[in-house]
Design a protein around this ligand. Sequence first.
Ligand SMILES: *[C@@H]1O[C@H](CO)[C@@H](O)[C@H](O)[C@H]1NC(C)=O
Ligand SMILES: *[C@@H]1O[C@H](CO)[C@@H](O)[C@H](O)[C@H]1NC(C)=O
Length: 416
Amino acid sequence: MHNSAKIALLLLSAALATVSVDAQSSASSSRHINTGMTAAPAAFNLATAGKPGCANSPTGGNCPESAPCCSHAGYCGSDALFCGETCQPGGSFDPKDSCWPLPMSVNLHDEFKDPSRLVEARDYNGFPDSADWVVDYSLAKKPHAEITADQKLVLKLNRHEPHPDTGGGIGATVHSSRWLHYGTIEARLKTAATGPGTVSSFILISSISGDEIDYEIVGKDPLDVQTNYYYRVQPGRPVDYTRSDSLYQETDTSADYHDYKIEWTPTEMKWSIDGKFDKEHSRNVTKAEAGGSFPDTPMRVAFGLWDGGSFPNEGTSDWAGKNTSYAPNNEREYIMSVEWVKITPLNPEPAGEPWPGSKYLKRMEESDGGKGGSGGSGGPRVGRGKSGATALTSASSLATAVFTASLAAFASFVFA
Ligand SMILES: *[C@@H]1O[C@H](CO)[C@@H](O)[C@H](O)[C@H]1NC(C)=O
Ligand SMILES: *[C@@H]1O[C@H](CO)[C@@H](O)[C@H](O)[C@H]1NC(C)=O
């Protein structure tokens, strides 16, 4: 596996893992997107790790009631960017309650008939019944992702406004509103690999745990469908880049729709294209093969399109294929188009449950120090295995009450 690609993949994971939001409050418009250029894997910043309160709380301690949630960048606010996935219980107003609980997946076969099922992160209220898809915060004034009248989920990359950090184009990331803990994801999509520099992706990712399972297609070679997985990508922890593989296709992924599938069980990860499980179209990684590095925490489904060719990091830009062209006058636009997506959880939640219902993914209080502890009444615990790997309890315990995931727990085992 070539070195440049390795670097690039890491950065992709950082870029997709989160948008690092530095804001004085939810009302502030001065936000900074972490493009992953500097401190990769800067998936997020454990602002409160090891110290009480929220790093940039106006009151100096935990966030105030008016802006109760401590973001991963250590700022207080009350919308999805603060209370959503990377909210830090320890610095929040009420460590037990301020961060929104995270919903688990229902069976979903989405043919994108309803544009209102996709919302901007800033407009998302945390209720999964209100949206299936959330568009990550974007630097662009106009949205770069939408469900179109012809029933496609479309992600756009253009340089109608230059990216303030890279000078390149601005793309989009769309996340599922719910979290999957084992199951199958499938999507029929056409990549944006119509020119060097673009990166199209269909992945499972958690910026809480740093786990990730990927399909990535770079514009440099639209036939080269790359698979990859990551385990616990966290700041300060070495990242293994050797797991990338190529499912080389005979046809151009940007010319036609193809079906991309990831099957993820407690014992294996399988990638297959157009339903074919053969040497050319598939990849099968078992838990034994992955050693102690088998992604096993809840993740969200994500579609991403971004400009890798304009990254200042040479590894990334080489991998994606530099330079991304918007020539001659920035009128060129790259489009990734998804016809449908199907999410089939191993243990689906019943659809139409009131929210929050009896089962959800809840972060533990930071004061637990990652040593287990209450995630709610009788719920499974986060513990540590012999190898030091966090043992989120088995899938079967999902059938019980509350499922816990803890930033603090992951952090403590990562740095232990
Ligand atoms: C994946 O590999 C495991 C172990 O080698 C095997 O048991 C399983 O059948 C394989 N799956 C497929 C679809 O080939
Ligand atoms: C690519 O972009 C870099 C940075 O802007 C520039 O220095 C270089 O000349 C460009 N290469 C080509 C082939 O246009």
